[in-house]
Design a protein around this ligand. Structure first.
Ligand SMILES: Nc1ncnc2c1ncn2[C@@H]1O[C@H](COP(=O)(O)OP(=O)(O)OP(=O)(O)O)[C@@H](O)[C@H]1O
Ligand SMILES: [Mg+2]
Length: 373
């Protein structure tokens, strides 16, 4: 798929902007702080309902405005669709498809698909487990948009179970009413049921991604691997099917129940898992060099792209400021790998940072103006 038109109103620094896009490569070039990343962040928002830079919506709304609108015309084969999101920080966001009546924001997932490369990706390798869980879950949702519902169900069940545990922990400390254990049993079952569905998808994803990530790393940094991805569940076991994962979670919850009631928080489940990224025999985190970590993050994104494409969901490739961070050899290799993409959006501060193989349309971005160069 590709985006043929992007319109923003009160998104980040833009009061209004309209950008018509073609398939192939488009580069947005301009000095620092002029709004290049803001543009591609908006495209990414349509694909994930989140920003790759901030965890809340408030900074995405132009200072002084009370809501932002992101709208894109999207073409997939012969099909045209118009998607629109209204961001209302503190209130529910709204969504429309083809100007029809409102749909839930998560109903727009799957219309725009992106794989985004950005300097922030270094956190995939060096950061907390939460970064890697988000990576997996966003990719799961890109593969199968209905997983957005499963993710939000899981978050809701987890929150409610934590509330119950917290009040139990407080009651214990203050000698109040003790917890009704049969209520907790019911929440265990909810958590394990939704958790098993999420886990099954994550395990399947990691298995599919593994060979692609290894291949991508080899292409970026020949001889530097191998790259191994190991899913590390908080509920120990070897289960793979949903039924077995359910049992595994139920057993782990039973095992940690005493501790959970003491601490007032859910200690087992997909929200506590990690993805171990190994380079050679060592974990990349804490061992890999800066350049190796960068190559690793890029390899994970390239593998995501290969996977979505192989499954028939060619995504838009978005490269925010990545070329300036790479040495000449890796820059060329990355450029060659992404160049054939159906649509590739690139940002760079200066023309020279855009590799030659990525010749295509250019827009100059300056002081809120986005003009075809
Ligand atoms: N909510 C907002 N309201 C108004 N302006 C904002 C908002 N959020 C960010 N900005 C402004 O947008 C600008 C940053 O835009 P952006 O990150 O797109 O820059 P860029 O062109 O990608 O720069 P660089 O080359 O440094 O990456 C900053 O000047 C910032 O002040
Ligand atoms: Mg930027």
């Amino acid at each position: 798929m590709h985006v043929t038109h992007l319109s923003l109103a009160d998104f980040r620094s833009y009061p209004r902007v309209e950008v018509s896009l073609d398939p192939g490569v488009t580069a947005f070039v301009g000095p620092n702080g002029q709004g290049k990343t803001n543009l591609i962040e908006a495209v990414g928002y349509l694909a994930t309902l989140g920003s790759h830079r901030v965890s809340s919506d408030a900074p995405l709304v132009r200072m002084g405005a009370d809501r932002a609108i992101v709208r894109a015309q999207v073409r997939q084969g012969d099909r045209q669709q118009l998607v629109e999101l209204e961001l209302n920080p503190g209130r529910a966001n709204r969504a429309r498809i083809n100007r029809s009546s409102q749909v839930r924001p998560r109903d727009v997932l799957g219309i725009v698909r992106t794989v985004l490369f950005a300097p922030e990706d270094l956190a995939l390798v060096k950061g907390d487990p939460g970064e890697r869980r988000r990576f997996l879950d966003e990719l799961i949702t890109a593969r199968s948009p209905r997983m957005a519902g499963v993710r939000s169900d899981y978050d809701r069940v987890l929150k409610q179970r934590n509330t119950l545990l917290k009040s139990a922990a407080l009651a214990r400390r203050h000698g109040g009413r003790t917890l009704d254990l049969s209520t907790l049993d019911v929440w265990d079952q909810h958590l394990a049921r939704v958790g098993a569905e999420l886990l099954a998808q994550r395990l399947d994803l990691v298995a599919s991604l593994q060979p692609l990530a290894d291949k991508a790393y080899e292409q970026l940094a020949p001889g530097g691997g191998p790259v191994t991805l190991e899913y590390r569940p908080s509920a120990p076991g070897e289960a793979h099917t949903r039924e077995d994962l359910y049992e595994q979670l139920i057993a782990a919850l039973a095992e940690s129940r005493k501790q959970e009631i003491e601490r007032g928080v859910t200690l087992v489940g997909p929200h506590r898992d990690d993805l171990l990224l190994k380079l050679g025999q060592m974990p990349a985190k804490g061992y890999a060099s800066h350049g190796e970590s960068w190559s690793y993050a890029l390899a994970l994104r390239l593998a995501s792209y290969d996977l979505l494409r192989a499954e028939g969901n060619e995504p838009v490739l978005v490269l925010d400021d990545v070329f300036a961070e790479l040495d000449a050899r890796r820059r060329e290799r990355l450029a060659e790998l992404v160049a054939p993409g159906e649509q590739v959006l690139v940002t760079a501060a200066v023309d020279d940072d855009v590799p030659h193989v990525l010749a295509g349309a250019r827009f100059a971005v300056s002081e809120g103006m986005v003009e075809r160069a």
